[in-house]
Design a protein around this ligand. Structure first.
Ligand code: R5P
Length: 292
């Protein structure tokens, strides 16, 4: 292992230089994969825009019925058609999303904690690969706690998913967890996103941060940015815009969509920013036009 004492900090990210190994495939870092992996990735990332609007509604797996997600069966079908990919648990998707929607699924496949515990940093892969195949999952989503107590075990579980994913050509989405005591610095996200990519995931879900362009440039697979806690729609669209401008390949947005008073309109506005090059201002005007 490299001696970390005296290690020189990374600084030359060439943020303005496009990813060099794209070949003829639209998903960063995946040009060398086989047909099945590329097919699944193309269900998640629109081949025309190269981007994705992932609708996250997996919160109940550790939080129970949080605000906005009291009735999955009522809300999710209203939003699903405006998303490229649904990120949820197998229980939520099987029970509440009609299979006729035929949407890409980022299947939440790790679990092990609940809000009743002080320490949420331990999760393992709880969904069998057979069941992910039965659900026609387009990706396995595994939470990884870099820098927290559960780091080693969650890294092992992530690698388990990556190994199984390669066996069946199912992409893995590494989810960068940010616990309440974990820092949200550029350095942290540089470390965590790059570690997950080097473990072999095809997608990293992370958070927006200062110098996000550097984080995106240093990560050889696409980043999708979580929305985080509910903020004003205008600000959430700015977050989506800044993320895309900074090099993200999409958003994985939950509360800023389903906790909006106008979730159906909000997800459409997010789609305009992510796929159609709308600025945040244009996205918000579009949102206002829809609700008025
Ligand atoms: C959190 O546990 C999940 O990974 C969520 O899917 C993720 O945080 C995105 O949801 P939100 O936009 O509400 O943060």
């Amino acid at each position: 292992m490299a001696d970390i004492i005296g290690n020189k900090a990374a600084k030359n990210f060439s943020e303005n230089v496009p990813f060099a190994n794209s070949g003829d495939f639209h998903v960063k870092g995946s040009s060398n994969y086989d047909w099945g992996m590329k097919d699944r990735l193309s269900r998640i990332f629109n081949p025309e825009s190269g981007k994705t609007v992932m609708l996250a509604f997996d919160h109940g797996y550790f939080m129970g019925p949080t605000s906005g997600l009291e009735r999955l069966d009522i809300l999710i079908p209203k939003l699903a058609n405006y998303a490229d990919c649904l990120m949820g648990t197998r229980g939520a998707i099987r029970s509440s999303v009609p299979p006729t929607y035929n949407k890409a699924i980022a299947l939440r496949a790790s679990s092990g904690s609940s809000i009743l515990q002080d320490d949420l940093s331990r999760e393992s892969m709880v969904v069998d690969i057979d069941d992910a195949i039965r659900m026609n999952a387009s990706a396995l989503a595994i939470q990884t706690f870099i820098g927290a107590d559960g780091q080693k075990e969650t890294i092992e579980e992530l690698n388990k998913a990556v190994n199984l994913g390669f066996k069946y050509s199912i992409p893995t989405m590494g989810v960068v967890a940010v616990g309440k005591e974990m820092e949200r610095t550029t350095q942290f996200f540089l470390l965590a996103t790059r570690m997950l990519a080097e473990f072999g995931v095809q997608i990293v879900k992370t958070y927006y941060c200062d110098d996000f362009e550097k984080v995106a440039a240093a990560c050889p697979v696409p980043l999708v940015v979580a929305g985080g806690k509910k903020i004003h729609e205008k600000d959430a669209l700015t977050l989506a815009y800044n993320s895309i401008q900074g090099g993200a390949a999409g958003v994985d947005m939950g509360r800023n969509i389903f906790q909006s008073e106008y979730p159906v309109e909000m997800i459409q506005a997010v789609g305009k920013v992510v796929h159609e090059g709308f600025t945040d201002k244009e996205g918000f005007e579009f949102f206002l036009d829809l609700i008025n």
